[in-house]
Design a protein around this ligand. Structure first.
Ligand code: URA
Length: 422
């Protein structure tokens, strides 16, 4: 077997055999297939697609490239959630402790932000002392103590995906349905969760810009879960406008704590509850209503235990930005558009995100929204506050927002964000 013949098969729109897939994933993980060969193959897959059978084999080969975790020794059922990523999507933060408070354990392996979408680990790192990297034993210890853990995947979990994802990032090959589905599901299956709920985002701020692409991704991932005996369900949810009122690391932690305190924006609360109910049903844990756990403080109690068990101080003040700039409405009317992609790019340019894997993020940078689409606004009223430690970034963020914030005459149709579509 050699890399050139595998690349040629896919370049010429052929179907990769099981042997070709097993060989190329294994040889790439060991360094025998070079990055330039794998990037050519990834581009051929992006352009020519894969059959359902090829995707299944590719996923199995990526799982087999590393270790599999096992939580079967825990006294509670386990369930995890994965979001395909969006702007202001802080749902994992209140969701994991909420589900733990209702009787299921949540082993949540999360990622960092890249480009315009935020990453759960970057957000949590704005809590002083909090640690993302845990050994498998530490992860189990936090799960036993708090019922939920949010941490980085260890080096040994699906190493083929770790290498391939970094390569796709710099070769414009992220946006391939077969590669996204196999990347996400290989990690989730290797993680060893007992059930999985997928939040597949649709809209300008998501990978999938339209409903039919999102539906295909969701069906493929649910099928891959079932192939591997992992009960998996998917919700399709709107990502045309940001979730909640914040996009940026510390800003989103603050909003998540508001939700855990029984407050927070309606769309964040509604999606958190919808996903919690799906997760509890998938885990077979139907004892407690998650709305009660937000009201009675038990979800907050699990949050505090989880943060503390990972070295964080839940009472420490969160970082705040050195500089702010307020964007106001240019006329009376209705806020009809607050585009998720534009806000995501603005937050990224303010320093909340990174352009390259090795970049540091500014913990306090981001965008705070003062109105949601549909709100009546007056000329001069604040619409957004931009936060950064480096004010020379303001003009770049404002440029990103130029067409993304629209005030129209009263009665004009407006975006309806945050909703569960299917
Ligand atoms: N998230 C992943 O883990 N992999 C992808 O390919 C895309 C999003």
């Amino acid at each position: 077997m050699d890399a050139i013949s595998v690349i040629r098969t896919k370049r010429d729109r052929g179907r990769l055999s099981d042997q070709q897939i097993d060989w190329v994933i294994d040889a790439y993980t060991r360094g025998e297939v070079a990055d330039e060969q794998m990037s050519a193959l990834a581009m051929a897959i992006l352009l020519n697609g894969m059959t359902r059978q090829e995707i299944a084999r590719w996923t199995a080969a990526m799982i087999a490239s590393g270790e599999r975790m096992d939580f079967s020794g825990l006294p509670l059922p386990t369930v995890d959630k994965h979001s395909t990523g969006g702007v202001g999507d802080k749902i994992t933060l209140p969701l994991a402790p909420l589900v733990a408070a209702c009787g299921a354990a949540v082993p949540q392996l999360s990622g960092r932000g890249l480009g315009h979408t935020g990453g759960t680990l970057d957000k949590l790192e704005s809590i002083p002392g909090w640690r993302a990297s845990l050994s498998n034993e530490e992860m189990l210890g936090v799960l036993r103590e708090a019922g939920a853990v949010i941490c980085a995947a260890g080096e040994g979990l699906a190493p083929a995906d770790r290498k391939l994802y970094a390569l796709r990032d710099v070769t414009a090959t992220v946006e391939s349905m077969p590669l996204i589905a196999s990347s996400i599901m290989s990690k989730k299956i290797a993680e060893g969760t007992g059930a999985l709920v997928l939040d597949v985002k649709v809209g300008s701020g998501a990978f999938m810009k339209n409903l039919s692409d999102a539906r295909e991704l969701a069906h493929t991932m649910v099928g891959l879960g079932h192939d591997h005996g992992l009960p998996t369900v998917a919700l399709l949810t709107d990502m045309s406008t940001p979730l909640g009122l914040t996009a940026g690391n510390a800003l989103e932690v603050r909003e998540s704590v508001e939700v855990l305190s029984g407050g927070g924006p309606d769309d964040v609360v509604a999606l958190t509850l919808a996903l919690a109910r799906e997760m509890l049903a998938a885990a077979g844990a139907t004892g407690k209503d998650p709305a009660d756990a937000l009201r009675d403080g038990t979800a907050m109690d699990h949050w505090r235990r989880m943060v503390t068990a990972q070295g964080g101080d839940p009472d420490a003040p969160l970082p705040t930005s050195r500089e702010q700039h307020v964007l106001t409405a240019d006329r009376d009317g209705v806020l009809t558009t607050l585009d998720a992609y534009a806000v995501g790019v603005a937050a990224w340019r303010l320093g909340a995100g990174r352009a390259r894997k090795e970049d540091a993020v500014q913990l306090a940078a981001g965008v705070e929204l003062h109105a949601k689409p549909g709100a009546a606004v007056r000329a001069g009223q604040p619409l957004l506050t931009l936060h950064t430690d480096t004010p020379e970034r303001f003009p770049h963020a404002l440029e990103a927002l130029a067409d993304g914030v629209v005030v129209s005459p009263p009665g004009t149709e407006h975006q309806r964000g945050g909703t569960v579509l299917e």
